[in-house]
Design a protein around this ligand. Structure first.
Ligand code: ADP
Ligand code: MG
Ligand code: MG
Length: 476
């Protein structure tokens, strides 16, 4: 290979051990941090966020393709969020059997009935991809999913380029160190939030980070907070329970939490059933959705990021409806779609089931869940599909082609795990940021990238789930 880390470096265990020490110290000094499992809500003891010892080779064309299509995905997500008929039709079967998505949908409908109180829309998303190996030896960029709520690691990804630069210099690879790309999604995300805050137009109003009770990944969020404070925009961190206890709307629907007016609610919580541990938190979400605060995302944009919507978008003719005069945009988006198949009742869904049972290793079965670790692979697909007592249960899922990437070798630096050479698979993410004011898109950008790498032994799971680790691309 012409551009990866040479085997003689990887195999030199004295060098690798020394580099690992250098790497961990560099992570602490550059703020690539995570609170520990033992003390998730205290910063007295913190550790490095898991990352790769070396950057991973990524084909240049595919990488740039992911960045280039991002503004179109921003536009698409935004259009979907404004199309109640599309969302209703796309999600009808899902919400009939999936209680969580149904709960979100109910809020969406309530807001439609009452009318949206805020015309400023702030979208921060991350579209994720893997490289599918083609028979001719080349690879194709295929979208895994798009995260329209709580897309994370834009903060820490802004700090990792320095790590790999430092490691490569110590490894005697000065030229490679200069190939590590700059990356600052935190600044770009904060830029979009700042725009929304300005449009809201109240200097004292805050950007509220709605956070989980367990806050291990706080430093990722802090990076964005600091970018906002740099612009003299006040931020605050509140949980669902804080908002439940101290949140209210005034007669203009301005949201006040703990006495402070909220200009922007940035959701880093609320994307899993577990986040709504009491029925009252659904009311709390509704309160925020109803308010004049800018929601990132609003409930419709949240729903636009479901896997069911992703599957419906891949049906022939659907993208064309959203981009009627832009065949190149349709083509650019569609080129990233893997095979996606409905499990709705009827002959098409029956065909999907038969196909999955005949060759389960070729597919991934996906429920409408976020946060990693929820997908079903291989023989478990048969168990799940055949074990259903009622065939309507299958409507909670979609089926997707399994992306077959070529593994690369690396060392994963994970606390309490031995350092060993590992076969790895990587996932590239592109961060999208946009702001719409009424009819006008006032900002639409790709604000950076993320590379996450995991051992090929794990089929599933993100960084927060403790499986994938942070990485940087080395373009080849
Ligand atoms: P989540 O919203 O929980 O992150 P994803 O769709 O991203 O759900 O799936 C989680 C992980 O499962 C991905 O990060 C990837 O490692 C793996 N995965 C998902 N879809 C596929 C696929 N089609 N082919 C191969 N791996 C996949
Ligand atoms: Mg997701
Ligand atoms: Mg994912």
């Amino acid at each position: 290979m012409d551009a990866g880390i040479p085997v003689e470096v990887m195999m030199n265990s004295a060098l690798v051990n020394n580099l690992a020490k250098v790497a961990k110290d560099a992570a602490l000094q550059h703020g690539v941090l995570m609170r520990t499992k033992e003390t998730p809500n205290s910063s007295e003891l913190v550790t490095y966020t898991s990352f790769t010892l070396f950057p991973t080779p990524v084909p240049r064309a595919a990488f740039h393709q992911a960045l280039a299509v991002q503004t179109h995905f921003n536009t698409l997500v935004d259009k979907l969020s404004q199309d109640p008929d599309f969302l209703q039709e796309a999600l009808a079967s899902t919400i009939a059997v999936d209680k969580f998505t149904a709960g979100l949908f109910k809020i969406h409908q309530q807001i439609l009935k009452e009318g949206r109180s805020q015309s400023i829309v702030l979208g921060l998303n991350r579209s994720d991809y893997m490289l599918d190996q083609r028979e001719d030896g080349t690879s194709a960029l295929k979208q895994i999913e798009i995260n329209t709520i709580a897309a994370s690691f834009g903060g820490l990804a802004s700090r990792t380029p320095e790590l790999h630069r430092q490691i490569l210099k110590v490894a005697g690879r000065l030229e490679d160190s200069q190939r590590i790309l700059d990356n600052n999604p935190a600044a770009g995300m904060a830029g979009a939030m700042a725009k929304a805050w300005e449009l809201y137009g109240s200097e004292r109003a805050v950007v509220m980070f709605l956070v989980e009770d367990t806050q291990r990944n706080i430093f990722d969020q802090r990076c964005i907070e600091y970018e906002l404070w740099k612009r003299n925009i006040p931020t605050t961190r509140k949980s669902f329970d804080d908002v439940r206890k101290t949140g209210s709307l005034d007669q203009d629907k301005k949201l006040f939490v703990d006495g402070q007016e909220v200009a922007v609610v940035y959701f880093r919580n609320g994307y899993m059933p577990e986040h709504y541990s009491t029925e009252e938190f659904w009311d709390t979400r509704l309160l925020m959705e109803r308010s004049l605060a800018v929601k990132c995302p609003d409930i419709s944009t949240h729903l636009a990021g479901t896997k069911k919507v992703q599957q419906v978008l891949a049906k022939p003719g659907v993208l064309e409806k959203f981009f009627p005069d832009q065949p190149q945009v349709v083509e650019q988006i569609r080129a990233t779609f893997a095979g996606l198949y409905t499990l709705d009742l009827g002959p098409e869904g029956d065909k999907t089931v038969a196909m999955a049972l005949a060759a389960p290793d070729r597919f991934v079965l996906k429920p409408q869940r976020e946060g990693g670790g929820n997908n079903i692979y291989g023989s478990d697909i048969c168990k799940v599909l055949q074990g259903m007592t009622d065939s309507t249960e299958r409507m909670a899922y979609i089926l997707m082609d399994k992306i077959q990437s070529v593994p690369s070798q690396n060392f994963l630096l994970r606390r309490d795990f031995p350092l060993k050479i590992t076969n790895c698979l990587s996932e590239v993410g592109a961060f999208g940021a946009y702001v719409r004011h009424g009819e006008d898109m006032v900002m639409n950008e790709c604000v950076g990238h993320l590379l996450r790498t995991k051992s090929s032994e794990h089929a599933d799971g993100g960084v927060a789930a403790g499986v994938a680790v942070l990485d940087n691309p080395l373009l080849i």
